[in-house]
Design a protein around this ligand. Sequence first.
Ligand SMILES: Cc1cc2nc3c(=O)[nH]c(=O)nc-3n(C[C@H](O)[C@H](O)[C@H](O)COP(=O)(O)OP(=O)(O)OC[C@H]3O[C@@H](n4cnc5c(N)ncnc54)[C@H](O)[C@@H]3O)c2cc1C
Ligand SMILES: *[C@@H]1O[C@H](CO)[C@@H](O)[C@H](O)[C@H]1NC(C)=O
Ligand SMILES: *[C@@H]1O[C@H](CO)[C@@H](O)[C@H](O)[C@H]1NC(C)=O
Ligand SMILES: *[C@@H]1O[C@H](CO)[C@@H](O)[C@H](O)[C@H]1NC(C)=O
Ligand SMILES: *[C@@H]1O[C@H](CO)[C@@H](O)[C@H](O)[C@H]1NC(C)=O
Length: 422
Amino acid sequence: MLKRALEGVGGARRNLGWRSWRTRSLGTEVPKERVECVVIGAGVVGTAVARELALRGREVLVLDSAPTFGTGNTSRNSEVIHAGIYYPPHSLKATFCARGRDLLYKYCSEHNIPHKLIGKLIVATSNSEIPKLNHILIRGTENGVPGLRMMEGSEAMRIEPELQCLKAILSPFTGILDTHSLMLSLVGEAENNGATFSYNTTVIGGHVEQSRICLHISETKCLESCNGSFPSQPEMTLIPDLVVNSAGLSAPVLAKRFNGLQNEVIPPAYYARGCYFTLFNMKIPPFEHLIYPIPVEGGIGVHVTLDLDGLVKFGPDVEWIDGVDEISSFLNKFDYSVHANRAELFYADIRKYYPNLKNDSLQAGYAGIRPKVSGPGQPPGDFVIQGMETHGITGLVNLFGIESPGLTSSMAIAEHIATRYL
Ligand SMILES: Cc1cc2nc3c(=O)[nH]c(=O)nc-3n(C[C@H](O)[C@H](O)[C@H](O)COP(=O)(O)OP(=O)(O)OC[C@H]3O[C@@H](n4cnc5c(N)ncnc54)[C@H](O)[C@@H]3O)c2cc1C
Ligand SMILES: *[C@@H]1O[C@H](CO)[C@@H](O)[C@H](O)[C@H]1NC(C)=O
Ligand SMILES: *[C@@H]1O[C@H](CO)[C@@H](O)[C@H](O)[C@H]1NC(C)=O
Ligand SMILES: *[C@@H]1O[C@H](CO)[C@@H](O)[C@H](O)[C@H]1NC(C)=O
Ligand SMILES: *[C@@H]1O[C@H](CO)[C@@H](O)[C@H](O)[C@H]1NC(C)=O
């Protein structure tokens, strides 16, 4: 895969194939190649970046350790286009969510990506939650989120008869989309504009040479066959003008393996699993809007999401995990299992706003893992985008902590990178 992809990069302009590097690089010398732009990770952020760079005429090579795009799993999320309510004003999350939301709705309309503006209700179910709800409204308004409105419980319960609450905020511009269709479209457009995707290809580290980053590349199967240690030598070194490290959960782990990048600038990596349960035996979804409780630490609460097929999902909860080693991280060997015993907690949480939830109606769904830059008990972190201005290495851009609303923000992050770092 790597060989074929590299032959494709630069097309006619470059007549060096893998074989010629092999013969040129005598003995154990690792073959080297220059590429204009390398994007690490074909999640939704990486593919949006690749598309943007390719549209601007750059030569782009996307590397992903997995056999295809979006396994990270960009579709292990709620597939919600967030309006941008909760984030601290002027934070990257607030800024990119707002811009990304607008870009995404436009993109989905223009490219026939299935999506729906179904709106959401954030609900207070006890008196003690009402001040928090008021706060959320102030925050959302400060962030310029359009159309937010406080409702009495009676009005909310009229539009959602299964709902129980004292007050609610309506966010009319929150929506849902089909992430897989979005990614297919982004990848297709990137490829049509000359980008090359090389799957089964892992970036195992890098080093800085003349203040420029060189990437160490290995085929994933080689890493897999190494029994949990790194190969003593990469199969090749890439010397790009621009590298965007959008390896999601692995981005900080990978950055630590860039020899010559100061470790101090790399934020700590925390991981928080979020599990979903689905509602089964229900012909008609009980709700038409997304229903969100007041946010909890580490996430925005076990909420009701609907997908475009009308499947009702509850989640994600927050479960901090640790002990993730580098190779498992690169090979995406995270524990994505949903423990059925967590259902008990779900019933209790959900019944606060959906009292008619029947016993035995929840079924284990799927899990996703949030890449976080702050740990339990700490205030939530912002997205972290570090370029040369932070670490002094030409052409290296690291993306850390791209958790929710990363999907909503993806096209705005791509635009930012292209305007700021090209
Ligand atoms: C439970 C949950 C719910 C969420 N809900 C929402 C939501 O409703 N709305 C929203 O806007 N956002 C949501 N998010 C956030 C959103 O899903 C993420 O921000 C987004 O998917 C991140 O995309 P990414 O491209 O940065 O990372 P990923 O999708 O993780 O992609 C990273 C890629 O890098 C590859 N990779 C890793 N290491 C290497 C390496 N060493 N070499 C080569 N490739 C490598 C991986 O294989 C992977 O394909 C949610 C997240 C979670 C976990
Ligand atoms: C990637 O590897 C998997 C299994 O290791 C293999 O089935 C698949 O064909 C490979 N894909 C590509 C594009 O090389
Ligand atoms: C993401 O994970 C879900 C649940 O495990 C799976 O059904 C889906 O196929 C995955 N999506 C991609 C694009 O790999
Ligand atoms: C990995 O382990 C297997 C069996 O445990 C062994 O056959 C193989 O030679 C090992 N490979 C390497 C690269 O050490
Ligand atoms: C539902 O389960 C709880 C305990 O898990 C039990 O107390 C309750 O009676 C059950 N309700 C119905 C309607 O079966």
